[in-house]
Structures are given as C-alpha cells and as structure tokens.
Design a protein around this ligand. Structure first.
Ligand code: ASP
Length: 296
C-alpha cells in the first residue's frame, strides 16, 4: 500500500512537544494500533477521533488529561472535528471536567446544523447523558499563578489528527488545553472550523497548532489549504505549508505547526523548533520532532 495515495493517518502533539522517552514509548504502543485500524477499514472520522482520544488520555500533552489551567486555575478544554465528504463540522469550547473532548465532539457531531457550541450548554448536556460526573469536580489548580508565570506563551501539546480513509474520505480533529497565560474564557484556533481544523475531500484536510491568536488572524488552517491549492509551483506540500507558516511568524512573531493533506499529498510543517508528529500509511510509519527528519 502506498502511503501517499492510500489510507493514511497523520498526527501531531503540538508545537514545542518533544520525543521524550515517555512519549516515544507511548507512540510505540499506538502506532501498531493505528495500523490495525487502517487495515480494518475504519472510517476517517472514527479513526481521527480514536487517535486524538488516545493522545488526550495519555496525559502527556496539553490536551485531555494533561490540559493546563487558565489564569483562574480552572481547566477548560476546546476541540473540533470535521469530515470531508459531508463537510459537517463541530467545535466545542471551554468545557470543564471532560478530558476526552474528541469523544464529546464526536458524540454531538452531525446532530445539529450548528458548527460551534460553548461549554456552558454542553456541560449540562454531558451530565444528563451519562458522561462521568466525577470529572466535573476537576476545577482549579493548586497554585495557578505560579503555573501561569512558569508556562510560556504557548503551553506545548495541543493534539490533532488528519485521516484519509480507505474510501478516500478525509477527516480532521484537534483538541487542546489552550496556551499559557490565557485569560479565563479565552478561545484559540483549535475548536474553530477553518481555524484549527478543516476537512474537505476536494480541498484537503488540516490540523493546526501554535499560538491561536496568530493562526486565527492569519485566516487559519483553511487559508493555508487554499494557498497550497493555488500555489503556482507543484513542489513538496510540506515546503508550501512551511512557507505559509514562515509568513505568519514574520507577521505576528508567533510559531505554529500543522499536519495535513493537500492535492492528495500528506504534509507536516512547523516553525517551532520542535513538534512531535507522525504518520502511518500501509505498513509504514514514521515519528519525529525536528523538521530535518521528515520523509516528505
Ligand atoms: N492552538 C492552541 C491554542 O491557541 C495552542 C497550541 O496549539 O499550542 O489554543
């Protein structure tokens, strides 16, 4: 099976994330599981949600169980998902007490015409629908202000995944705890359709990471995909994505990264010095945290 044209799973663990021994060991466990799911012909959305939920539950990244608190010490998470055949999208922001945000988004995905829901309404819905009550106690950080001053501008470790399934359909999922030093209620790019995630079978799919304010004011992931689709040269997709991220860095002084599929080609790019990412396609897989190690 050719990973460039066949089913493929690409994921990232956020700008600044590093292949520590713990992360390496964890990814070593999930890569064969991803391979098995591709062979089992799992659909794009299910596979992307599964992959992100595994990253969320690991506690290793700033999403799911590892999410960082906002300035008032409360952890509020954001996530979003989109499928490329129907182009149905849903983002949910500022939810307390539910680590597996990707599963929460999946459970509401396609159930309404809305593309964004806030935690204020989703939390009671989740309670009524049997999401673990204990999770709602998860509030406050023992020392939020010291955490706040230690955390850099970007709390590394947003997680995201892009999938092309066996039928050629695309999906993208992104989940985050946000960035360091954020005001309570701040929402970045991650749960915004076209910002932190996007999937359209015709245009491509993308999951973004980095400083959400810079990503959103640059037009977000969909702007990156459109610029790639209209690029004059047919060079490697990763080079094209990197050039866009470099423009964002120049304009806003912020680093960012992404994984995606454009013109059928998988790509990774980042302007941060590190970003853990990987892909699985057929029997081949790859993980890295530095730009010079990419296969495409
Ligand atoms: N993009 C995320 C946000 O702004 C943070 C990140 O990816 O590190 O909330």
């Amino acid at each position: 099976m050719d990973p460039i044209s066949g089913p493929v799973v690409l994921f990232h663990c956020g700008t600044g994330s590093e292949l520590t021994p713990g992360v390496r060991m964890f990814l070593g466990e999930i890569l064969p599981e991803i391979s098995g799911r591709i062979r089992g012909r799992e659909g794009a959305l299910d596979l992307a949600v599964w992959c992100v939920s595994r990253l969320e539950e690991s506690g290793l990244f700033n999403a799911g169980r590892g999410a960082i608190p906002q300035a008032d010490g409360v952890v509020r998470r954001d996530a979003g998902a989109m499928v490329g055949d129907s182009m149905k999208a849903l983002g949910i922001s500022q939810v307390r007490g539910i680590p597996l945000m990707s599963r929460l988004v999946a459970s509401l995905h396609g159930k309404s015409a809305h593309v964004h829901l806030s935690g204020v309404m989703v939390e009671p819905w989740a309670r009524q629908n049997g999401w673990p009550e204990a999770g709602f106690q998860e509030e406050g950080h023992p020392d939020p202000l010291s955490f706040w001053s230690e955390a850099g501008e970007s709390g590394s470790g947003t997680v995201g995944c892009v999938v092309r399934d066996g039928d050629g359909h695309l999906a993208a999922v992104t989940s985050t705890g946000g960035i360091g030093r954020m005001w309570p209620g701040r929402i970045g790019d991650s749960p915004i359709v076209g910002g932190g995630f996007y999937a359209d079978d015709t245009l491509g799919a993308i999951s973004m990471t980095g400083v959400g304010e810079a990503i959103l004011t640059s037009g977000g992931g969909v702007a990156l995909l459109v610029s790639m689709a209209h690029a004059a040269t047919e060079g490697p997709a990763s080079d094209c994505a990197r050039a866009w991220l470099e423009r964002v860095q120049k304009r806003f002084g912020a680093t960012a990264g992404c994984v995606g599929i454009s013109r059928g080609q998988p790509f990774f790019a980042h302007t941060s010095s590190l970003m853990v990412r990987g892909y699985v396609g057929g029997d081949r897989f790859f993980v890295a945290d530095r730009a010079d190690r990419d296969p495409f």
